[in-house]
Design a protein around this ligand. Sequence first.
Ligand code: DX5
Ligand code: ZN
Length: 218
Amino acid sequence: LLKCRIGPSVLNSDLSQLLNESQKLLDNGADYLHLDVMDGHFVPNLTFGHPVVKCLRGKLPNTYLETHMMVSDPIQWIEPMSDAGVNLYTFHIEPVPNDILKVCRKIREAGMKVGLALKPGTGIEAVRQFIDSADMILIMTVEPGFGGQKFMNDMMPKVQWLRKNYPLLDIEVDGGVGLNTINACAEAGANMIVSGTAIINALDQKSVIANLRETVER
Ligand code: DX5
Ligand code: ZN
C-alpha cells in the first residue's frame, strides 16, 4: 500500500549537465526526481522553470517528475508545468492562504497530482482542512531556498501527527535529509524522501539511495 520512494533533488548537481545528472540518479535507484523551482520572490534564490523542465521531460519520457514550486504565485505556473509534463505539482500554501482549494482544483484539472508544502514556521493546522484535496503533504525540514542546510528535527511532530491521522497519506520530507537524519524521518512516518546534497555529493550514490530506502522500509 504505502510505498517508500526516494526522490533526489537535483538543485546542487551540475545543472549544465542536468540530463546526465538526472540519468545517473535514476540509474542509481531514484524513484522520481524532485525539481526545485524558485522565483527569487517567495525565496531569495533562482533556479529554473518550465522551459528547462519541458526539455528534461523530452529526454526522460517515463520518469516521475515532481516540481517543488517555491513561488509567490503558484496558479501562474500550473498550465506551463502541466504542458511541460510534470506529474506532481507541489506548491507552498503560505502565499495563497485563501486560495488553497482553488489551486488544488486547477492542478487536478491540468492533469497533475497535488502536493501541499509547509515551511518550517507553518503549523499543521494551516493544512488540516485541505488534506483530503491533496495527494501529498510536504513537510519542509529546512527553510526553503537553498540546499545543504541543517535538518530541523523539531519538524518531526508534524510528520507524526499526519501519519497518525492519515495512515495512507503520502508524506514527503525535504531539507537536510541524509544518512544521519533518515532514521528520524522514517520513525515519524515519512514515505517520500527528498535528499539533495547527501546524494549528489556522495561518492557512491547507489549505496546512499539504497541505504535511505532500507531505513524507511524497515
Ligand atoms: C530547499 C529545497 C530542497 C533542497 C534539498 O529549498 O527545497 O529540495 O534542495 O537539498 P538538501 O538535501 O541538501 O537539503
Ligand atoms: Zn525541494
